[in-house]
Unconditional design. Structure first.
Length: 342
């Protein structure tokens, strides 16, 4: 072999494993079944988003695998998260769709799974949210300013879910007088309890989800948003004059705790695969994730059910989680104590 050919031959040989790995990874999903494990009860907003994602994902992945969705509720999505992070195959065929609070559970909850939350491979989030407190028209008061002296009954799921701890932190940080009733399996159950007058409302439901879940009741003013759990708020709610809870915070420490807790609103519908999934496959899934939520056909289906899609990239989630986890330890402890009610 002529000497002048050696460098080119060497380069070609070195590239072969990379090319083979890439080709193998692109063919991996052909004939496979991919499962989206939803950490909530059927019927709620998280379930609706995840099933929409599962329907449209196949065409965005090489090999167009079959994609199914299944529900594994419990412990504020921790049952589903632990299954995907610890038990399920680590080959990129199992995706978790959890509550927004799940990535921050080590900070916000003592119900923590046995895995490293920060090593999970987040694919992105289907949307960002501005969470609200809402009440029925027949509540003791429908004005947030009066909820500092008038008791309103707020329903929630588990203590470590948004509907469970959001009213708790408002009681502790700014002095609302909510009575909190926990134990509802999910948003549809809370919705039913509000309709029956069993409870007056809930805190922690995203405005986009609220518009979908309570569409007819919003039109007739049977259900009313009364406060935004946000620093800047949503343009629609700002225009309606719905107050921001940050405006009731009296000091920077209180605002710091709120920023930690409300960070999850940026990644309101998070999806991830296990830390051990091969990097090349994670990259494929991340590209497919964003392509799926930006697909015009998915957008059209979302509009039919009044779901607003606003995908957040994996990089944005990582940057925000790094920032939150790097907060001063005293502030992180204060946030956890406030959420737990201890």
């Amino acid at each position: 072999m002529p000497i002048r050919m050696l460098p080119f031959t060497a380069v070609a040989v070195l590239c072969l494993p990379l090319m083979s790995a890439s080709a193998q990874d692109a063919d991996f999903y052909k004939g496979k079944t991919l499962t989206v494990v939803i950490g909530t009860e059927p019927g709620g907003p998280y379930d609706t988003y995840a099933r929409l994602f599962a329907r449209h994902l196949p065409k965005q992945l090489p090999g167009q695998p079959t994609v199914i969705a299944t529900n594994t509720p419990g412990a504020g999505s921790e049952n589903a998260a632990t299954y995907v992070a610890k038990i399920a195959p680590k080959d990129g065929t199992v995706i978790a769709a959890t509550f927004a609070s799940q990535p921050l559970n080590p900070i916000l909850s003592d119900l923590v799974g046995d895995y490293d939350y920060r090593r999970l491979n987040y694919l992105g989030s289907a949307a960002s949210e501005t969470s609200v407190c809402l009440v029925r028209a027949g509540a003791p008061t429908t004005k947030f300013d009066e909820m500092f002296k008038t008791q309103v009954i707020m329903g929630g799921a588990a203590r470590n879910t948004a509907s469970g701890y959001q009213p708790t932190i408002l009681n502790r940080l700014i002095g609302t007088k909510f009575k909190i009733v926990l134990g509802y399996p999910g948003t549809p159950n809370i919705h039913h309890a509000i309709a029956k007058g069993e409870i007056d409302g809930q805190c922690g439901l995203g405005w986009l989800a609220m518009k979908s879940t309570y569409a007819s009741q919003l039109e007739t003013n049977e259900i009313l948003p009364v406060a935004q759990l946000s620093e800047k708020g949503h343009p629609e709610l700002n225009a309606k004059g719905i107050p921001l809870v940050f405006s009731y915070a009296n000091d920077e420490r209180t605002r710091g705790i709120m920023r930690i807790v409300y960070a999850q609103q940026v990644f309101a519908r998070p999806y991830f695969v296990a830390a051990e999934v091969p990097p090349e496959r994670v990259s494929l899934l991340r590209e497919a994730f964003m392509a799926t939520w930006n697909d015009p056909e998915l957008r059209a289906d979302a509009a039919k059910t009044k779901l607003e899609v606003e995908p957040v990239s994996s990089g944005e989630i990582k940057n925000l989680l790094d920032k939150v986890y790097a907060s001063p330890p005293e502030l992180l402890k204060a946030a956890q104590a406030t959420v737990s009610g201890k």
